[in-house]
Write a protein that binds this ligand. Structure first.
Ligand SMILES: Cc1cc2nc3c(=O)[nH]c(=O)nc-3n(C[C@H](O)[C@H](O)[C@H](O)COP(=O)(O)O)c2cc1C
Length: 307
């Protein structure tokens, strides 16, 4: 997830049991021209196995070069983004715009698959809009082009992040292809995870539900294994995780840029807590690791007051 799934965040998710992690989406064009900032998104942890790098773009040759770079850096899968609804991306023909150009998308997959030994996978949305929910046929065409797995976010491009993910549509994709299908959209707890598994998918991709809640992977993993659900972490544990993430992000990007990234990531850790709005406001002013320490101390003090 752009702006979120940096290496430090993925490390936390992994520790809590996420079985496959994926980088933020990276521009294939930027990789082709060796852009330092984009290459920085391709940091990989030794413990991340398997880990996918996701690329976006719509030029088959550029995507092949990007896929090759991903492979060279030791990633285990390279994923093509056919889901991003943001005009900056779709305006250049990438992300969900490819849903309307299945033949071009297929050429992109073919070109990437020819350039690398690692599996090429694809992440799609339900379709462009309600009148064009073409994910099943699209996914079949991507399979024929060489995609080895497909992740389906059950919303259309027109929905962006509104409304609900269409689980029947995801089930339709599962029936249409023989490669593994990963269902995505609105999984935040056991009932929503069960509903997703009932579509017949082979796995679940979790986005927003795990932001600031990396322990969700451990909770769902335990429940699917028939074990008791680990409890929600205490406020002390949450503060420690937030600090660990902040230090990791600062190490990756330097303190200045890292703490700006943490303004958003830290706020996610306060969801559902008493006093969250005030703490979120404080996040907007994070500038240094010292500020983050103070924020964690405030969180603990508020918890003690409330206790
Ligand atoms: C801030 C943000 C950034 C995202 N970035 C990406 C991305 O880089 N690549 C991608 O495939 N999906 C991206 N997504 C979409 C999510 O991966 C996911 O498909 C969507 O949020 C629905 O799943 P969820 O309900 O579990 O969040 C992003 C979503 C959000 C909210």
């Amino acid at each position: 997830m752009a702006g979120n799934t940096n290496l430090a965040y993925r490390r936390l998710c992994r520790r809590f049991g996420a079985e496959l992690t994926t980088t933020e989406m990276v521009s294939s064009m930027a990789l082709r021209f060796g852009d330092e900032k984009s290459l920085g998104l391709l940091e990989r942890g030794a413990e991340e196995e398997p880990v996918a790098a996701q690329v976006f773009g719509s030029d088959p040759q550029t995507l092949a070069i990007a896929a090759h770079e991903v492979e060279r850096r030791g990633f285990h899968l390279v994923d093509l983004n056919v889901g991003c609804p943001v005009p900056k991306i779709t305006g250049c023909g990438g992300g969900s715009a490819l849903l309307r150009e299945p033949d071009l998308a297929a050429r992109c997959i073919e070109s990437m698959a020819a350039a690398v030994q690692i599996p090429v996978t694809v992440k799609v949305r339900a379709g462009w809009d309600d009148d064009n929910k073409n994910a099943p046929a699209f996914a079949r065409q991507m399979e024929e082009a060489g995609a080895q797995a497909v992740t389906v976010h059950g919303r259309t491009r027109a929905q962006k992040y509104q409304g609900r993910a269409d689980l029947d549509l995801i089930a339709g994709v599962k029936q249409a292809v023989s490669i593994p299908v990963v269902g995505n959209g609105d999984v935040v707890d056991l009932p929503s995870a069960r509903a997703m598994m009932q579509t017949g998918v082979d796995g679940i991709a979790i986005g927003r539900g795990a932001l600031g809640r990396p322990w969700l992977f451990a909770q769902l993993g335990a429940l699917f294994d028939g074990c008791e659900m680990p409890p929600e972490p205490s406020v002390i544990e949450r503060a420690a995780l937030m600090l660990e993430l902040g230090h990791g992000v600062a190490e990756l990007y330097g303190e200045f840029r890292g703490l700006r990234i943490m303004r958003r990531l830290a706020a996610d850790f306060f969801r559902g807590l008493t006093g969250a709005p005030k703490l979120r406001q404080a996040c907007n002013h994070l500038e240094s690791l010292k500020d983050l320490d103070q924020l964690a101390a405030r969180l603990l003090a508020m918890a003690e007051e409330g206790a």
